[in-house]
Design a protein around this ligand. Structure first.
Ligand SMILES: [Zn+2]
Length: 234
């Protein structure tokens, strides 16, 4: 249930881990033992770079919502995301991706067949060198056994940063910002049927709403939204 977090266990009940995947996971945990990214103590679970204390202190989202959102965009989650996004602390993608996968797992809902991270415009991608949503999606997808398809949709308009805009401006700003990459990508969405959009932070939801309509137009039947954190509406 929401509100009370279960204790961390090293076995993920709903996860569809094959024997090979499970072996790879154990090997990775031996070679790169998880360490708390906030305090430096050893991690509490095989895949999670957080200790039990820091994990329980995270700003968890408690109210149920149709969208899967693990945390509030508040300390220390906001710093973990900012460090990843603006300072290239790529290791944070793993902890954020695993936390997102755990939040999805707790819902025990039907899982999508494809994860699509919110794309960056090519100019922004070149400047940053990576897409933080894709990095998070890769780890979440690995935990849940769902393929990630970062290239199926493109951001065709280099929209200004959403943070300085009003709600109405954000909706206008997101409109027409995305397009399915090509016929192959369209077929992939159609074949998957059920897809989930993955983002790092959700604010008004206008970006994911726009993407959702692009996916439905392309033939997807069901589109879920997964985000690591939710910022307060402004
Ligand atoms: Zn810690």
């Amino acid at each position: 249930m929401f509100g009370s977090r279960p204790p961390i266990v090293n076995r993920w009940t709903h996860f569809r881990l094959t024997a090979a995947r499970q072996a790879a996971r154990l090997l990775a945990a031996t070679l790169f033992p998880p360490r708390c990214c906030l305090c430096g103590f050893p991690g509490d679970a095989l895949d999670l770079d957080l200790c039990g204390v820091c994990r329980s202190d995270l700003p968890w989202v408690d109210e149920p919502s149709p969208r899967v959102v693990a945390l509030r965009f508040a300390p220390p989650a906001d710093d973990l995301i900012r460090q990843l996004k603006y300072h290239g602390v790529y290791a944070n993608a793993r902890v954020l991706g695993v936390l997102l996968a755990q939040a999805v797992d707790e819902r025990a809902l039907p899982l999508p067949r494809l994860l699509v991270p919110v794309p960056l415009h090519m100019a922004r991608f070149r400047e940053r060198g990576f897409n933080q949503a894709a990095a998070i999606a890769r780890y979440a997808g690995r935990m849940l056994g769902i393929p990630v398809a970062p290239g199926v949709v493109l951001r065709v308009r280099d929209t200004p940063s959403q943070t300085s805009l009003s709600v109405a401006e954000r909706h206008r700003n997101a409109h027409g910002a995305f397009a399915v990459a090509n016929a192959r990508a369209r077929r992939k969405l159609l074949e998957a049927g059920h897809v989930a959009i993955v983002d790092d932070v959700i604010t008004t939801g206008s970006t994911v709403a726009e993407l959702e309509s692009v996916f439905l137009d392309a033939g997807a039947k069901k589109v879920d939204v997964w985000a690591v954190a939710r910022a307060a509406r402004t």
